[in-house]
Ligand binder design. Structure first.
Ligand code: 5AD
Ligand code: SF4
Length: 442
């Protein structure tokens, strides 16, 4: 196989995969490959995969099937690389099941992609090491212009071992990047045009640079102080690591947006114990109270799993109750999916799909109602909106409010990356209409 000239990266799953895909793209570009915006035109197709639920993991195989069947203009079969969490979890098995795949590279080993591409001329190459060397030290420095809003991975992996979750196995234990590197990368992103950064980690609030004694709260303060940075966000956080100092930062740092994704998973303390979540429904609600005391307008988002093994109707009703007690601005809910190798897969009391589907529908109806209520409550207010993309209608732009709401504005004069003052005039469950008041001072 000759060395590929062009590449296309397709991303599945979470924001950390979006970040990893960007870094892989930069690496491939530095290796002399050119990006194309369609897998049919690419000599190398990278599928950056997600293993969190069964349906996510299966998508990679249907995509490989599609690649195999596609009639490409060149008639030449592309080199196919499977990256991300399916690569880590299934390794060699992928090549056995899908012989079209040439490379399998785990999330901690993708800095080795150029060498693997060179080696692929001589046969398949699988690398799911969790190497001692850090990929971050070996990836090219961030130099490309970024969008107005950029992701920045500060921490990876998880030591919490929730019994349903594959992340501790696919991403490894909790590792934080050195604070100096993170702040340096944040500066480079701001210099490249970003005015909003989202700090990423599987357990981002467990961040700790032990060498310098810098915890997550301090990291936020340092990044927020970078000139030109207007907005800072972070995701995903664990309730157990919401320290007093971190909660205080929500009151003290104006750049930190009033929005927090804080998954609870279930409202039943009995199920939370079976999930090994290390918090109860009551301790979660107490954390929310502390957050709201620090930042009264903070909007909350969460993740929920319905139909965990052993979940009774009463447990599920506790989940509906906690949703009512918190009042979420947004929330993501999933049917429990049994993942090979996790403790919950071997538990008693797995539920029928029909029960899970019925509970999910009830939970999602409640969440939708809450999203609509939250959005309606902001109508009439003036908020800053960061313009991110063009809408479908001519002259329409779409951006994000501080509360991460999608806001549509008719304002043909605006550009992507503008931070503008908007009056919210009407609301649906998933987006709002806004009227441009003025361009905010830069
Ligand atoms: N089944 C269903 N949902 C899951 N999640 C993680 N593992 C599973 C699973 N096995 C959900 C959790 C987590 C989100 C990223 O995905 O809610 O917070
Ligand atoms: Fe998975 Fe739990 Fe770790 Fe989140 S905290 S990544 S749900 S094991």
């Amino acid at each position: 196989m000759t060395k590929p000239q062009t590449y296309f990266v397709k991303t599945f799953g979470c924001q950390m995969n979006v970040y990893d895909s960007e870094r892989m793209s930069e690496l491939l570009a530095a290796d002399g490959l050119r990006a194309v915006d369609n897998s049919d035109d690419a000599d190398l197709v990278v599928l950056n995969t997600c293993h969190i639920r069964e349906r996510a993991a299966e998508k990679v195989y249907s995509d490989i099937g599609r690649l195999k069947a596609s009639k490409r203009p060149s008639g030449v079969k592309p080199m196919v690389a499977v990256a991300g969490c399916v690569a880590q979890a299934e390794g060699e098995e992928i090549v056995r099941r899908a012989p079209m795949v040439d490379l399998v590279v785990g999330p901690q080993a993708y800095h080795r992609l150029p060498a693997m591409i060179a080696a692929a001329a001589n046969g398949k190459s699988v690398d799911t090491d969790m190497p001692i060397e850090s990929k971050f030290d070996l990836l090219p420095k961030r130099a490309r212009p970024t969008g107005a809003s950029a992701f920045l991975t500060v921490q990876e992996g998880c030591d919490k071992f929730c019994t349903f979750c594959v992340v501790p196995y696919t991403r490894g234990g909790e590792v934080s990047r050195p604070a100096a590197d993170v702040v340096g990368e944040a500066r480079a992103l701001v210099d490249g045009g970003a005015c909003e950064l989202t700090l990423l980690g599987q357990n981002v609030n467990a961040y700790a640079d032990d060498g310098l004694g810098i915890g997550f709260a301090q990291l936020i303060r340092e990044i927020a102080a970078i000139p030109g940075l207007a907005r800072l966000r972070y995701t995903t956080s664990h309730p157990r690591d919401m320290t007093d100092e971190l909660i205080a930062v929500h009151a003290e740092v104006p750049e930190l947006m009033p929005y927090l994704h804080l998954p609870v998973q279930s409202g039943s303390s009995r199920i939370l114990k079976r999930m090994n979540r290390a918090h109860t429904a009551e301790s979660y609600l107490a954390t929310i109270d502390r957050l709201r005391a620090a930042r009264p307008d903070i909007a909350l988002s969460g993740d929920f799993i319905v139909g965990f093994p052993g979940e009774t109707e009463a447990d599920f009703e506790d989940t509906l109750s906690i949703v009512r007690a918190v009042g979420y601005a947004q929330a993501y809910s999933f049917k429990y999916s049994s993942r090979p190798g996790t403790p919950a897969a071997g538990m008693d009391g797995h539920l029928d799909e029909a029960v899970k589907s019925e509970r999910l529908a009830r939970l999602q109806a409640l969440i939708l109602e809450q999203q609509l209520a939250f959005n309606r409550a902001t109508v009439g207010r003036r908020v800053e909106v960061l313009i991110e993309r063009h809408g479908r209608k001519p002259g329409q732009l779409i951006g994000k409010s501080p509360y991460l709401q999608s806001v549509h504005v008719m304002a043909p004069g605006l550009a992507i990356g503008d931070l503008v003052e908007v009056e919210l005039v009407s609301a649906g469950p998933n987006s709002l209409e806004g009227k441009l008041i003025q361009k905010a001072a830069a």
